[in-house]
Structure formats: C-alpha cells, structure tokens
Design a protein around this ligand. Structure first.
Ligand code: PBG
Length: 327
C-alpha cells in the first residue's frame, strides 16, 4: 500500500513516543493540599477522601516530609479551627491554625513552598465564605476580613496567598493590604474562575465547611458560563493577581483552554476533591485502572493549558512523572 502519511511511525515504541510528546510535565508544577486540624494530635484519615489525612500542628511536618520524599515541593494549606464564629475571626488570629502551621513548616523546612487558602467558610459558624448581612454574604464587609486573613498568613511566613472566596474586588483589597505592610513580594494566586460545583462535596466534609443554609451560587460562578470566566480573570489581572486559577479542572477543560489562550499570566487548575474521590472509588471497585486514569486525567488538564495543578494525587503524580509514565 502506498501511504505517504503514516502517523503510526511516531508511535512505534516508547522511545519515539516520549520524544514526540506535545505536553511536558514536571513535579515542579504540582501543589499538594494539606489539611491542618487545630484540635488534633498526630494524624487521622479523612473518610471522604480515601488516602488523605488531617494533620495536627504537631504532625504537619510529617505531611511535608511525605511530599518531599515523593518529590513535591509545594503545598496549599487548609485549616480546621478549634472554634468558629459569625465573623470567622479565627481566620485572622495571628496564632490561628493556618498561621501556626505555616510557622511549624517553615521552622523545619524553610525551602518548602507554602501557599495558604484564604477564605472564611472554614471559620464562620454559618459556613459561608464571608460576613453575612441577613442571608446574603456582604461583599464589601468581607473584603476587609479577607485582607486581614491574607495579611496574617503572609505575616506568619506564607510564601503565597490564594483567595478562594469569590468576592468582587478581593484581589485589589488583599494586594493593597499586603503592600501597605511591606509584603510587596508575596504573590497572589487567585481562584479566578471558581464554579459553584458539586465536585467540592468531599472537601466540605473534610474541611467542615458546608454552608449551614443555602448554597454558594450567589458568589461562585454558574457552571453554564465560559465567557464569564474570562471576565473574572481580566478583573483579577487588573487588580494585581500573579497567577490565575480555574476550578474544578476536569469538567472545565474548555475554560482552562480559553483562559490559557487569553491571558499571559501563569494558569493553575485545581483538580478538586470530587474528581479525586471518583477516581479512588472507581479504582477501589475494580472498575478502572486507578493509576492510569489518574495519569490521563492530570495530563488532560495540562494539555488543556494549565501550567500547574493542585491535586490530592500530587505525590503519586510526581512519581509517575519521574518514571516517565506521564511527562
Ligand atoms: C474554600 C475552598 C473550597 C475548596 C477549596 N477552597 C470549598 C468550597 O468552595 O466550597 C474546594 C476544594 C476541593 O473540593 O478539593 N472556599
């Protein structure tokens, strides 16, 4: 058969397939979520997230050690405070759970890169991401507490802050608070296009942050919209964000591609708890090859245009990249 074009020539063996990969991945692009519980000593499995743990302040260094062993050098911290109130004041307590976790990690591993999630939902007794006025989250009142929270994280030594609340104007508010306090060099990773997603279910159980009434559709984005993600990103760029984010990842690959094409900033994707839990559950049930589905899913997020990925599979993916199974 006379065939000039035979795409299979480039697929014949591993050596040539690896040579021709269009998407190159590195463990440097992975960020691992760590949950720190102020009331806990040691660590305890998170039932909603098979294979993930809550860590006490006395044990958070072990979470970091496991990351370093696997070749992951970056984390994002989530806190479970001992008490909550209507304003979410434990979020900006200078000796709050995240602030202390940052100090504990930095004291032992100064080079481990620590990002903190900045939001009120884990700290308010009503579980919403800001200060309530009636049954609504008051945008402008919330900006002030978000800025205070980000400032206290950076003050404790966080390398980067990542606001996930979806209030309007929060990047500008946080940037200005950091700058006024001499923290001009602390970058902001903005959860720019964060959708009101059912995929956050296991996280809310893990972080104890489900809203006591209503839902988050009044501030997180409507999953029907793609153009709106571009608007959110554009506002964040104007307000001084350093890195943009799309969240969740797998059901929003089109949004990741659109944002990657439209903006010059680095783009992060968050492969959220529900994405992880589904792969773990299907793997445990023997329905899929968990390892290969993990690899293929992560790969698709990078192929869509993400430069970096927050994932509960960060340690396993770093190993997979090292082995060359992806990357
Ligand atoms: C805090 C926050 C959430 C997630 C990250 N930061 C939960 C939410 O918005 O309800 C979700 C992460 C995940 O599902 O893995 N606002």
């Amino acid at each position: 058969m006379e065939l000039i074009n035979r795409p299979r020539r480039l697929r014949q063996n591993d050596a040539i397939r690896r040579l021709c990969r269009e998407t190159r991945l590195s463990p440097d692009s992975l960020i691992y979520p760590i949950f720190v519980d102020e009331t806990l000593k040691g660590w305890r499995p998170i039932p909603a997230l098979a294979g993930q743990f809550h860590y006490g302040l006395d044990a958070v260094d072990q979470a970091v050690e496991a990351c370093l062993d696997a070749g992951v050098g970056r984390c994002i911290l989530f806190g479970l405070p001992a008490r909550k109130d209507a304003q979410g004041s434990p979020a900006w307590d200078p000796s709050g759970v995240v602030q202390e976790a940052v100090r504990a990690i930095k004291a032992k591993y100064p080079d481990f890169y620590v990002i903190t999630d900045v939001c009120m939902c884990e700290y308010t007794d009503h579980g919403h991401c800001g200060i309530l006025k009636g049954r609504e989250v008051d945008n402008d009142a919330t900006l002030e507490v978000l800025a205070k929270t980000a400032l206290s994280h950076a003050g404790a030594g966080a390398d980067m802050v990542a606001p996930s609340d979806m209030m309007d104007g929060r990047i500008a508010a946080i940037r200005s608070a950091l700058d006024r306090h001499g923290l001009q060099n602390v970058p902001i990773l903005s959860y720019s296009a964060k959708y009101a997603s059912a995929f956050y279910g296991p996280f809310r159980e893990a972080a104890g942050s489900a809203p006591a009434f209503g839902d988050r559709r009044g501030y997180q984005m409507d999953p029907h919209n793609r153009r709106e993600a571009l608007k959110e990103c554009a506002l964040d760029v104007e307000e001084g964000a350093d890195i943009l984010m799309v969240k969740p990842a797998l059901s929003y690959l089109d949004v990741i591609r659109a944002c990657a094409d439209a903006f010059d900033l680095p783009l992060c994707a968050y492969s959220v708890s529900g994405e992880y839990a589904m792969i773990k559950a299907a793997g445990a049930a023997g329905l899929i090859d968990e390892y290969r589905v993990m690899c293929e899913s992560a790969l698709s997020v990078y192929r869509a245009g993400a430069d970096m990925l927050i994932t509960y599979f960060a340690k396993e993916l770093a190993q997979a990249m090292r082995k060359g199974d992806i990357g």
